[in-house]
Design a protein around this ligand. Structure first.
Ligand code: SAH
Length: 369
């Protein structure tokens, strides 16, 4: 039925709400992360910011505000935005949010299906697939994207791995049910890691393919990828869920009307980089945002806001993002970086260039000088 292509209910009036929709601080800190990586790699002359599944466009909008505030720093850098979005409805909402609706559809000279210019003058392009995004030094962003991609489910049985399939219930009309495949399937042959110890696993091969593409692109052209999602490092089993109007919803009832989601298996993503890039994380959202300086940013916003209602709202959204029981512990950050960003090649011949590499922001404690 195409939930995202027809409905795509992100936001308070939809089926689920995400961190960028809760607080502007979230996107601002992610914007700072990219600027920090850009500086650490010697301020290349141009970079593309590529967002996978931008939802309502709020995250990119907040990041663009940071880029605009740091315009003097970026003045000599050619910045462009590339959005990978399959949903016609959401791409319209993104266009409205980011450009005020002034976009050109199917531009002849581009691989994009739509293009426009942000309110701050940055060119924006829309694609259906990451492979249409032009090559070049790029920062990739996937926030609550991988959890939306389809998974295969497998159950270990006495007779070996069996795939969990969806069947029509023969007893109840219009009702679907889960069944186990009577024998192995091509998916049980191909998608289960030989060293797997769990009895039930969910594998998202599409996520694996996209991570492979990102790793190849970063290895070749440089840049970094930041993946933020709820997930685990290869430990959880049955996480497939449906959400409608912010409430749990049976995944098999009324297909296409609910958001379907499965936790991201970061151990699988790491494996799918095939060693082409280094990886950092997953670390908890609470730690990442703290390391990025969220407490300082909150203090500044609180000092600058005059009315009590705004201050209350700022504290409430901080709690949503950071509280272990809310999003703080459930969401994780994971990064792909070129190997040379983390480990200096052997500098025996050039002892003078042994300056330590700057730390990657967010993944270590924030040290204020
Ligand atoms: N990043 C946003 C939205 C997350 S919802 C936020 O955090 O608020 C998931 C997003 O991924 C939606 O924009 C949806 O339309 C998009 N999407 C889902 N499947 C996709 C696919 N196969 N390719 C590209 N985008 C996809």
């Amino acid at each position: 039925q195409g939930y995202y292509t027809r409905r795509g209910g992100v936001g308070e009036s939809g089926d689920f709400v995400t961190s960028p929709e809760i607080s502007q601080v979230f996107g601002e800190l992610i914007g700072i992360w990219y600027i920090s990586e850009w500086i650490a790699t010697g301020k290349p002359k141009a970079f593309q910011l590529v967002e996978l599944g931008p939802g309502r466009g709020t995250l990119t909008d907040d990041i663009l505000r940071v880029f605009n505030q740091l315009a003097s720093l970026l003045s000599k850098c050619d910045v462009s935005i590339h959005l990978v979005e399959v949903s016609p409805k959401l791409s319209e909402i993104q266009a409205l949010m980011l450009t005020g609706g002034k976009v050109q559809s199917n531009p002849e000279d581009e691989s994009a299906y739509m293009k426009g210019v942000s309110k701050t003058g940055v060119p924006i392009f829309w694609y259906r697939d990451i492979q249409d995004v032009p090559p070049g030094y790029s920062f990739y962003l996937a926030h609550e994207f991988f959890d939306a991609l389809p998974i295969h489910k497998f159950q270990r049985t006495e007779k070996g791995w069996r795939e969990v399939l969806v069947d029509i219930d023969p007893e109840v009309p219009d009702q679907l049910r889960f069944v186990l495949s009577p024998s192995g399937t091509p998916a049980t042959e191909n998608f289960i890691q030989p060293e797997e110890t769990r009895d039930h696993v969910e594998v998202c091969p599409e996520a694996g393919v996209i991570i492979q593409k990102l790793a190849c692109r970063i290895e070749k052209d440089g840049g970094a990828a930041l993946v933020a999602d709820y997930g685990h490092d290869g430990t959880k089993t049955d996480t497939f869920r449906g959400f409608q109007n912010h409430k749990l919803h049976d995944v098999l009832s009324a297909p296409g009307t609910a958001d379907l989601t499965a936790d991201v298996d970061f151990s699988y993503l790491r494996k799918m980089t095939q060693g082409r890039t280094a990886t950092l994380g997953p670390i908890k959202q609470r730690e990442f945002l703290k390391n990025m300086g969220i407490d300082l940013r909150l203090q500044v916003l609180l000092q600058n806001s005059r009315d009590a209602a705004t201050r209350k709202q700022l504290l409430h959204s901080y709690d949503m993002l950071m509280s272990p029981k809310k999003m703080g512990d459930r969401f994780n950050f994971f990064a792909l970086l070129p190997h040379h960003r983390l480990a200096q090649p052997d500098k025996k011949d050039k002892p003078e260039s042994k300056a330590p590499l700057p730390p990657v922001a967010g993944f270590g404690e924030l040290l204020l000088k």
